[in-house]
Design a protein around this ligand. Structure first.
Ligand code: PHE
Length: 451
């Protein structure tokens, strides 16, 4: 018999663990910083609830209904509703995207591990912005260092997923998520006391619409998708372990609310320090690795809080990476003769190898560029800016147009003829897929080629 979550809460917690990751704590604050704060946040919230949520519904619904890995789940959900079995290719593209994302995700998560190690062992913390910058360069210029941390990160991920649902990721979720929430709250509390909290509130929540450009809109949507872990079957794979009789709607809403709250809390843990120490919010990807590092070294007990912060990032990355590899492992072990352990080792090793491409993009192969991007940037762009939105769009289209309406209505506990149900279907059939399509066309550069 296929395993299932010990309680629906654990599913919500694990899916939140998948959603909360580097995307919330590393990427959200710096993209917000680069794009002017409040207006970006508002757009992000809009995309989470009007486009992300319908896709989240769709993924949980398909997974739960089929009780299979994402590739077979798409196939059987399609067959059940009389659609062609070719929908399984959407599952397959998702499995591929998960592997690609994990290949670079693990390298960046390795930086977090390196910082944790550094905070524990180094004698003197950095004292200036230049030193902090040099420190990150020193790490990224060394293939050996990057490979070591990337290997360690992948190893732990593989061990957890190889142990399966109950003894692996359910257990990890149960222990890691409370630690994650507690550390985050500790850091926010600390930032409220030592940082410039009121400037952060106005920065995050007072929109300045003059700073909005079409690029900001695209970025906000991409960020919403990446952060919710949608479009590649991660949540579908988790949903496939859900027993019957659970409300898909409530689960999806709880996950979206939890993920968004963590992103905002991460902003409230970081910006007060950035403002209090006169640092630059629009620093870009170096925001937490360089800027915040300076902030921590200037404050009392900075070593402790710095360590806690990078531990938080690492834990968040682990609970996400498990869900990135799970669709592939579930598929390999369900359709081939391979045991779950073997499948985990095989796939883990393959992803680790691909990850070396990202490692070398920062040093040995930094000059090697294709259409202006190094390997790391190409893999990141293709998987997160193209495949995730494409997968997400196909999933809502599938549920909106092809899945039998009575299945959707009963799984989401909707009333058959209510106004809410009609609005919901308009969102699923037209608004959400159309919105994603526009973003996809922009992202892929097709519009520039055609017009
Ligand atoms: N949501 C994760 C984050 O915010 C990343 C992720 C994307 C995980 C897609 C799984 C699937 O970091």
């Amino acid at each position: 018999m296929r395993a299932s979550w010990s309680s629906p809460w654990l599913f919500i917690l694990a899916a939140t663990g998948s959603a909360v990751g580097l995307g919330n704590i590393w990427r959200f604050p710096y993209v917000t910083g680069e794009n002017g704060g409040g207006a970006f946040v508002l757009l992000y919230l809009f995309f989470v609830f009007f486009m992300g949520l319908p896709i989240l519904f769709s993924e949980i619904l398909i997974g739960k209904r089929a009780q299979k890995n994402p590739i077979n789940a798409m196939k059987s959900a399609a067959l059940e509703s009389g659609a062609g079995q070719y929908w399984k290719f959407i599952g397959a593209i998702g499995v591929l995207a998960g592997c690609l994302i994990l290949s670079f995700y693990s390298v960046i998560a390795g930086w977090c591990l390196a910082y944790v190690y550094d905070y524990v062992t180094v004698a003197n913390l950095v004292t200036s912005f230049e030193e902090a910058d040099e420190k990150l360069d020193y790490l990224t210029n060394s293939p050996i260092k990057l490979i070591t941390w990337h290997t360690l990160f992948m190893l732990v991920t593989v061990v957890i997923v190889a142990r399966g649902l109950k003894r692996g990721f359910e257990l990890a979720t149960k222990y890691l998520m409370p630690v994650l929430f507690a550390t985050l709250l500790l850091l926010v509390g600390h930032a409220v006391i030592v940082g410039d909290f009121s400037s952060s509130i106005s920065y995050l929540f007072e929109p300045d619409f003059s700073r909005l450009t079409s690029k900001t809109i695209l970025l906000a949507m991409g960020q919403a998708f990446f952060s919710l872990s949608i479009g590649m079957g991660a949540i579908m794979a988790y949903g496939s372990y859900l027993p019957t009789g659970i409300s898909v709607g409530k689960c999806a809403l709880s996950i979206a609310i939890a993920d968004t709250s963590v992103a905002l809390l991460a902003g409230l843990a970081i910006f007060p320090i950035v403002f209090a120490y006169g640092l630059e919010p629009a620093q870009g990807p170096g925001l937490v690795f360089v800027t915040l590092n300076v902030g921590f070294s200037e404050m009392a007990n900075g070593r402790f809080f710095g360590l806690v912060f990078f531990l938080l990032l690492t834990i968040a990355a682990w609970t996400s990476s498990i869900s990135l590899i799970e669709p592939g492992i579930a598929w390999l072990s369900e359709v081939s003769e391979m045991s779950r352990k073997r499948a985990s080792v095989f796939l883990g090793l393959t992803i680790w190898l691909v990850g070396l491409g990202s490692v070398f993009s920062f040093n040995l192969w930094s000059e090697f560029k294709f259409i202006g991007m190094n390997i790391f940037e190409i893999i990141e762009f293709v998987s997160t800016s193209l495949i995730l939105p494409f997968g997400g769009m196909m999933l809502v289209l599938f549920v909106g147009w092809f899945m039998k309406r009575n299945i959707v209505v009963s799984e989401l506990n909707l009333k058959t003829d209510s106004t809410f149900t009609s609005i919901f279907f308009i969102l699923m059939k037209f608004l959400a897929p159309l919105g994603v399509l526009i973003v996809l066309i922009e992202n892929s550069g097709i519009r520039k080629l055609v017009f």
